[in-house]
Design a binder for this molecule. Sequence first.
Ligand code: MN
Length: 418
Amino acid sequence: MTLLKSWVSSANSPETDFPLNNLPYGVFSSKGTDPRCGVAIGDMIFDCQAAEEAGFIEFDEGPIFDVPFWNEVMELGPKIWAQLRARLAELLGENAKDQEILCNMLTPIADAQMYLPFLVMEYTDFYAGRHHATNVGTMFRGAEHALPPNWLHIPIGYNGRASSVVVSGTDVRRPWGQLKKPEDSLPHFAPCRRFDFEMEIGAIVGSASHGPVSVREADEMIFGYVLLNDWSARDIQAWEYQPLGPFQAKATATTISPWIVTKAALDPFRCNTPKREVKLLDYLKDQGPMLYDIDLEVRLTTQDNHNRTITETNYREMYYSSAQQLAHHSTSGCPMNPGDLLGSGTISGEKPHERGSLLELSWGGKDPVRIAEGVTRSFIEDGDIIEMTGSAKGEGYKIGFGLCSGRVLPALENPYAR
Ligand code: MN
């Protein structure tokens, strides 16, 4: 696949995240307009609501862009997803008619405010990166018991909070929580001291299921993907996590990038999961390539503006695909719905600089990460900004996700001291 040309000239640069091949979906406002659905093209946003009102987008189902979220499009199903993508490619392609009218429907991304692109109905986060699970397990339980006995058989997850999901650019407040180090005799209540990020990909469920689905059906149900930062309070997590898994450690915030990159845009970059050490049960068996070759980076910028790329990894490192996670999620009969968000789990590669969290990069604080001369980090400090980027690389173009960014603000005064 090579670059598809657009009449929006910035979309034809090999550097842009958003060529015509991508067409990711977001919700934006600019110059006092209400939030509305748009599609990124080069350094511009094409206003889908305006295009629909002017008759350039028309579906028998009635207006689909009269609401500021993409759930209604998801609910119409894969046939309409394909028709909409084809129509947008036609409207923004180099040979489009009515370019002088359509160009009035463009807004510079630089002038836009972005919102959550969809209503997050429910949120589940998985633990499906083998290097991550091995690293964290070694630190928490020792190398002997690093991978839990079920790990090679089940895509493990926990039910997170949809209410915690925020769009890139939203500040995140350092949480308070109940803490206890192994050497402490009693727990105490204090601000988190080991606040961390997790570099993940979020899969967005686009079609409903009301019973168990196969891996292939699950893949068809996925609408698209976002970058996801699962902010994690490691000291809260270490004390609370047994036996029911993370709870308050993961409930402060979950940041996602503002653009839904569709499954169709990522299709040329499909790749296989790694070789299996133990056979998966039939219902989880791979049904074709369902991971994607997506380069991922994490950059940390301090309040004093020191910054460094601290993680370089790739989504193909996962042990389980989102389709396998979704299929497993449905086995109980758990209904899945358009707008459900599934976090991949932290994406760490094998090498030290490929680790997708500070917990792993600094090995629990034992080996602080160098940011600049005299500036190191074991965990996130107040004022730090964590920026995640990701892109799949084609011939002369890339499929980018935009930025998934958040700044950590200092903890408030003790909320119970009033
Ligand atoms: Mn996570």
